[in-house]
Design a protein around this ligand. Structure first.
Ligand code: NAG
Ligand code: NAG
Ligand code: NAG
Length: 387
């Protein structure tokens, strides 16, 4: 279910550039993807295979991988994201039920217990929680309020070290299982993560499950999702979906979404992203317009971004270090007026000044000036990192 919009093309290209660094990787199917240590490789561009288009089928809401498997306030949809440096990460999770009305009566605490050993987990981080709503003031459309979304930041972590954690609310006995993740190596010119999986247009189709199995079997240290997450916006609020929204539902008063698809996606992805950090930047499928002209509310609420830590204050652009790589994540949807233009340019310039290879990941082409300025440098650096 991936309509080929400009951002999709861009993301797909990025995916190809990264995963197909070696000719042997192109036809390898389930084979092992070579690591940077196997290089250097000549960069290879693979044309898009048009036969892959239009045959993707979404996982239904009855699939065991997307149904809610917890009780009460037990955590679900658990994920790890990086902060700006190796010494800190975010843990995110969801508790409680979503509902068609705003029913935020009871809360649950946002606690992560963590440490270098599985037992005992010596450290504790306290986070924050929020709920968001997706509201449509039109006859016949259904509203949605999320479960309670928690984000907690762990600090004081050592580089390239395995940590164990569980999240939830110990005061009501609602803690998750124990998961583990590895921190990024310390920043430095010879210090890199071994494997980074970069993909876009992920969705939640049977093909998504094949992609994610492939990613898992290659044990990446980091996962980067350059826009287009779960495609909830290919559905009406009553849960009816279509490959092409505008062809099938041309008469709707607003572009509807079916927000439970986000929960399905979070459940399906947990197996990977509760262990491997994921960094996300928005794509056009995350716009999700609703009451009061609000957009990107689900995207901005469900993921943790190192925005504050990296000086951006926006969920649309931020930066972080992964060993010697400095990622600048530039989403396409920050309003492009003079002040923002200046702020983003300055931000990027400041990021660029830092030493070491640079990777610019963007999901679209709005930052024309930046992309004109940096693509050669960015992709060259990216390939250099890989080789
Ligand atoms: C959904 O929320 C909007 C905005 O608050 C409201 O106008 C509308 O009546 C609600 N729809 C339903 C079905 O409750
Ligand atoms: C995508 O999934 C469908 C089944 O839904 C399958 O027929 C098709 O071969 C898959 N495509 C690829 C490229 O794996
Ligand atoms: C959802 O709404 C569409 C358009 O009104 C309709 O065709 C479809 O049958 C509805 N589906 C359900 C499950 O109510």
């Amino acid at each position: 279910m991936a309509p080929l919009l400009p951002s999709s093309v861009f993301a797909s290209l990025l995916l190809l550039i990264l995963l197909c660094v070696s000719p042997s990787a192109i036809h390898a199917g389930g084979d092992r993807i070579p690591s940077t240590l196997d290089g250097p490789f000549e960069p290879v561009t693979v044309p898009f295979d048009l036969s892959l288009r239009g045959n993707a089928v979404d996982l239904p809401d009855t699939d065991p991988r997307v149904v809610r498997r917890v009780n009460g306030f037990e955590p679900e949809q658990i994920s790890v994201s990086l902060s700006a440096n190796h010494d800190s990460v975010w843990i995110s999770w969801v508790t409680g039920l979503s509902s068609p009305q705003f029913l935020f009566i009871s809360n649950s605490g946002s606690i992560v217990r963590y440490g270098k050993h599985r037992y005992p987990l010596r450290h504790e981080a306290k986070g924050k929680s929020l709920v968001y709503s997706q509201l449509y003031p039109f006859e016949g459309l259904q509203n949605y309020t999320s479960g309670i979304i928690h984000h907690a930041r762990l600090t004081g972590l050592r580089p390239d070290t395995m940590y164990y954690y569980r999240c939830g609310d110990p005061s009501i006995g609602a803690m998750s299982d124990i998961y583990s993740f590895r921190t990024m190596p310390a920043s430095g010119p010879k210090s890199y993560p071994r494997k980074i999986a970069i993909f876009g247009d992920l969705g939640l189709t049977y093909n998504t499950t094949a992609t994610i199995s492939h990613v898992k079997s290659n044990n990446p240290d980091l996962v980067v999702l350059v826009g287009d997450v779960c495609y909830a916006n290919l559905y009406l609020t009553n849960g009816t979906g279509a490959d092409c929204y505008s062809c099938s539902f041309s008469n709707t008063p607003i572009h509807e979404t079916y927000q439970p698809r986000w929960d399905y996606w979070g459940r399906f992805m947990q197996d990977l992203i509760a262990k491997v950090p994921i960094m996300v930047v928005e794509g056009n499928h995350e716009i999700e317009p609703q009451v009061g002209g609000q957009t990107f509310v689900s995207y901005s609420s469900r993921f943790a971004f190192p925005s504050e830590e990296s000086g951006s204050r926006s969920t649309f652009y931020y930066s972080f270090n992964a060993g010697g790589i400095h990622f600048v994540m530039l989403g396409a949807y920050i309003s492009y007026d003079h002040s923002c233009n200046f702020a983003v340019s300055l931000y990027t310039f400041n990021c660029v000044r830092m030493l070491g290879p640079l990777v610019v990941v963007s999901s679209s082409t709005i930052f024309v000036s930046l992309l004109v300025l940096f693509p050669t440098f960015a992709f060259y650096s990216l390939l250099k990192v890989l080789s």
